[in-house]
Ligand binder design. Structure first.
Ligand SMILES: Nc1ncnc2c1ncn2[C@@H]1O[C@H](COP(=O)(O)OP(=O)(O)O)[C@@H](O)[C@H]1O
Ligand SMILES: [Mg+2]
Length: 295
């Protein structure tokens, strides 16, 4: 649904993107991760045909960005979506519907879908940041898009709204939409996307499933053992671990000796209260791949 091939973008004197190759298939949810200034918004604007690439090739539904086919296929939620504060949610969405050549009466159902049914007839000026974000999502849902491009869509949303937001994206992906969403909040996309693309200073330094990235990075796994009262010293010594506090002991191991390590822990039987295995976090992977690219 979306292909980007060796896309490079120079702003006067600044290389914002360098040789980025990235595809998104129908039904796939891809997270584009990167710190501020990594080039996420630039890539999205190129995909939408809002700004031209300096070189490289982009297709949306097989057509050039900004072409009629591409515009019909794609929906966009910009990073700082601004709406008219004097309009109600219903009036604002009705306006977008008319711009897209659709019946204004569909506004109610769209607002209902994003959880704004009860606030539909209030002015947007009275909405919270999260509610305005939902107006943006309702706008992006117009016309059954086949590619959704969402720039930092969950910044400013509370955890419940985030969950609801991702539930809507899951529904769209199940119906076959390709989804590209950017975020600098690394942990939240972990369970919510099929693939993770990491941009670092304009270069794509990783592009794979979370599991594959974890395997490729081979970062240590952290194990935390809770010892029974009064046994923490013995547990730390017998496992050669580090005492964290009066009950917990921390261990590290490679992906390949995880089971052996767990076997040792199980061997201590009655001394152990609980065990927690923590794979490398997305932050760890992010740091690993960004650093590796810099070398
Ligand atoms: N219109 C512009 N003119 C000049 N430089 C820009 C412009 N837009 C973005 N940049 C620069 O391009 C780089 C990437 O920016 P951006 O795509 O907004 O990153 P992100 O969305 O990941 O935070 C940054 O260094 C930014 O300062
Ligand atoms: Mg941005």
């Amino acid at each position: 649904m979306l292909t980007c091939t060796q896309v490079t973008k120079d702003y006067a004197g600044v290389r914002a993107l360098c040789d980025v190759t990235l595809d998104v298939a129908p039904g796939e949810r891809v997270a584009l991760l990167g710190h501020n200034g990594a080039g996420k918004s630039t890539l999205m604007k190129i995909v939408l045909g809002l700004i031209p690439a300096t070189s490289g090739r982009v297709t949306v539904a097989g057509a050039g960005p900004g072409s009629r086919t591409a515009r019909e296929a794609a929906a966009y939620l910009p990073e700082n979506a601004a709406f008219h504060p004097a309009l109600t949610g219903r009036e604002q969405i009705a306006l977008y519907l008319r711009l897209r050549g659709e019946a204004a009466a569909k506004a109610g159902a769209l607002l209902e879908r994003v959880g704004l049914g009860a606030a539909a007839d209030r002015r947007i000026g009275t909405y919270s940041k999260g509610m305005r974000q939902r107006v943006g999502l309702a706008q992006a849902l117009i016309g059954r898009p086949r590619l959704m491009v969402l720039d930092e869509p969950t910044s400013g949303l509370d955890p419940v709204s985030r969950r609801e937001f991702y539930a809507i994206l899951d529904e769209l992906a199940r119906a076959g939409a390709a989804i590209l969403l950017s975020s600098h909040a690394l942990t939240e996309v972990e369970a919510r996307t099929d693939r993770i693309a990491i941009l670092s200073k304009g270069r794509l330094v990783a592009n794979d499933t979370l599991g594959a990235l974890r395997r490729e990075a081979g970062l240590p796994i952290q194990i935390e053992v809770a010892a029974r009262p009064g046994t923490v010293g013995e547990v730390a010594e017998r496992l050669s671990g580090t005492r964290v506090n009066g009950v917990r002991v921390a261990l590290h191991c490679g992906p390949d000796d995880k089971l052996a390590r767990l076997g040792q822990i199980a061997g201590l039987g009655g001394l152990i209260e609980d065990v927690e295995v923590m794979p490398p976090s997305l932050e760890d992977l992010y740091t690993h791949f960004s650093r590796r690219a810099g070398e």
